[in-house]
Design a protein around this ligand. Structure first.
Ligand SMILES: Nc1ncnc2c1ncn2[C@@H]1O[C@H](COP(=O)(O)OP(=O)(O)O)[C@@H](O)[C@H]1O
Ligand SMILES: [Mg+2]
Length: 225
């Protein structure tokens, strides 16, 4: 469960990233977070992984109040949340396999178990045949799938995808949305940030809309499944 209660975020520059946001997302929901560039989508994601703290209000993930979470607990939180960053953050001198195995290595998972898990997630996202390629050898959609696979490596309860279709043509964008929807069907809570209103228009998923840091829309009543 995710809950933002009266959350505002004012940056050191004096700019407001978010203003008085109230929202909650249940376990296993699929939510589109929509809004133009600069509306606050990435700021919400950064709050959810406790990369930043709110200036006001509380952020709750599962039963953790992130405004009170001790530093040493942050790694536990991050294991539960997979993030696909807008700029992907893939390492270009490592293969697909090596990129995706990294979170497992960092958390000390044994090599054989890690290898199995990587093969499982690469199969799930449809790029197992590319596992030994380097990022430069992949298409935009395949790069996005690699970043999604890496975000799934630790079997997170929540997946945050920040503009995952930003650089893709429309056919590939739909494939990525379908993949995220399938991941959600398997039981993962998914929040996908996008400024592409066409993507959300034709799908009966919950849509949370932001504009200039304010929540302007929440179609909670829509059938979410
Ligand atoms: N580190 C920061 N310092 C100052 N202002 C920021 C910072 N991060 C975001 N902002 C501002 O907060 C607003 C929301 O940004 P962001 O969450 O990145 O929007 P989005 O992801 O929807 O494009 C913007 O006005 C942006 O300029
Ligand atoms: Mg953003």
């Amino acid at each position: 469960m995710i809950k933002l209660d009266k959350v505002s975020k004012k940056f050191g520059t004096g700019d407001f990233g978010l203003i008085d946001i109230n929202l909650s997302v249940d376990k296993k929901e699929f939510v589109f977070l929509v809004g133009p560039t600069g509306s606050g989508k990435t700021t919400i994601f950064r709050l959810l992984i406790r990369e930043i703290l709110p200036s006001e209000g509380t952020v709750i993930v599962n039963d953790w109040d992130l405004t009170r979470l001790p530093k040493h607990q942050v790694s536990h939180l991050r294991k539960k949340i997979g993030v696909v960053f807008q700029d992907l953050k893939l390492l270009f001198d490592r293969t697909v396999f090596e990129n995706v195995v990294m979170p497992l290595e960092v958390t000390g998972v044994k090599m054989e178990e890690a290898r199995q898990k990587v093969e499982e997630v690469l199969t799930q996202v449809g790029i197992i045949e590319h596992k030994d390629k380097f990022p430069i050898q992949l298409s935009g959609g395949e790069l996005q799938r690699t970043a999604i696979a890496r975000a799934l490596a630790l079997s997170p309860e929540i997946l945050l995808a920040d503009e995952p279709t930003g650089n893709l043509d429309s056919a590939t964008s739909w494939e990525i949305v379908k993949l995220l929807s399938d991941i959600n069907e398997e039981g993962t809570t998914v929040i996908m940030a996008t400024h592409n209103v066409d993507i959300v228009k034709n799908l009966s998923k919950r849509v949370i809309g932001l504009e200039k840091g304010k929540l302007v829309r929440d179609d909670k009543k829509k059938d979410n499944k």
